[in-house]
Design a protein around this ligand. Structure first.
Ligand code: MN
Length: 288
């Protein structure tokens, strides 16, 4: 099953080749603020969604005719793993590793959708890099989750691009510009990705493949991420975990087109736009 958010905050589901609008079926308010419709669906309705498809308020839709939005607009948190593939650590010349140093947070407000452009801030002399990542969506919340129980807490997966300004400033500032976390195009439920530990990821820029890897090379694997994060903080339905990037990161510029593809999870084609804003003196000092 695939769950998606579309047009202005409507919720849809795809089963097989058929797509449905279940917004009115579930009585969801598309105007609600904060926009937590999908978090509510994951928390309250996910198991009964297939049963809703015969409901008179459920409307069949043409997925190609709607505009997909970021599936989860307002999670409780967006976690991310730093160096979590050995080859990426080597290319960054970094001794940092996720199994030694744990996870970090990106601002939730950096989330953007499959039809939104990545908007680059104007930071002369700085490179802004793409990181191709598998995103995990938490279903059942919890604290102190064991490896053995981890999969009971995973709702599904999505493509995720972790954008970052390279430099030595605080990571949360370098990674949290608006639009620095495209996620989508939908959430694929975990039952459709049984081989989560050996799925291929690929990212290309203007048709040139830059990153290609498999989740089998993760340093901290998916059950361990759930254990690690939940040792510290309560996980909530709709939380997102960016699982870390493989080697091949590199700069992107205005006008580029970035395509991320993950086997069984989907693909997104993201435009890159250069803005004139986003500068601050903190970025003006020499890089070293
Ligand atoms: Mn990353």
């Amino acid at each position: 099953m695939k769950l998606f958010r579309f047009d202005e905050g409507r919720i849809g589901v795809q089963l097989g080749h058929d797509s449905y609008d279940i917004t009115d079926t579930l009585g969801l308010d598309v105007q609600m603020w904060p926009p937590v419709q999908m978090v509510q669906v994951i928390r309250r309705f996910s198991e009964s969604v297939p049963a809703l498809l015969d409901h008179p308020k459920t409307r069949r839709i043409d997925l190609a005719a709607v505009r997909l939005q970021v599936p989860i607009a307002w999670p409780n948190k967006l976690l991310a793993l730093p160096v979590n593939y050995v080859a990426h650590g080597a290319e960054m010349n970094s001794a940092n590793r996720a199994d030694l140093n744990g996870f970090f947070l990106k601002a939730n407000s950096s989330l953007s959708g499959p039809n939104d452009a990545v908007v680059l801030p104007d930071l002369p002399g700085r490179e802004i890099h793409h990181e191709c990542e598998l995103g995990i969506v938490i279903g059942k919340g919890g604290r102190n989750v064991s490896r053995e129980d981890a999969f009971k807490h995973i709702f599904g997966y999505a493509c995720l691009i972790d954008m970052v300004v390279r430099g030595k400033e605080e990571r949360v500032m370098r990674k949290s510009y608006d639009t620095f976390c495209p996620v989508g195009p939908y959430i694929v439920t975990a039952d459709e990705v049984p081989d989560y530990d050996a799925i291929g990821l690929k990212l290309s820029v203007n048709g040139e493949v830059r990153q290609q890897a498999s989740t089998r090379d993760l340093i901290v694997d998916i059950p361990e991420m759930i254990r690690m994060a939940s040792a510290v903080m309560t996980l909530y339905p709709g939380d997102i975990i960016a699982t870390g990037t493989p080697a091949g990161v590199g700069p992107i510029n205005g006008g580029d087109k970035v395509v991320i593809e993950i086997a069984k999870v989907g693909s997104m084609s993201i435009d890159v736009m250069q803005s004139e804003g986003g500068g601050h003196p903190v970025w003006d000092k020499p890089l070293n």
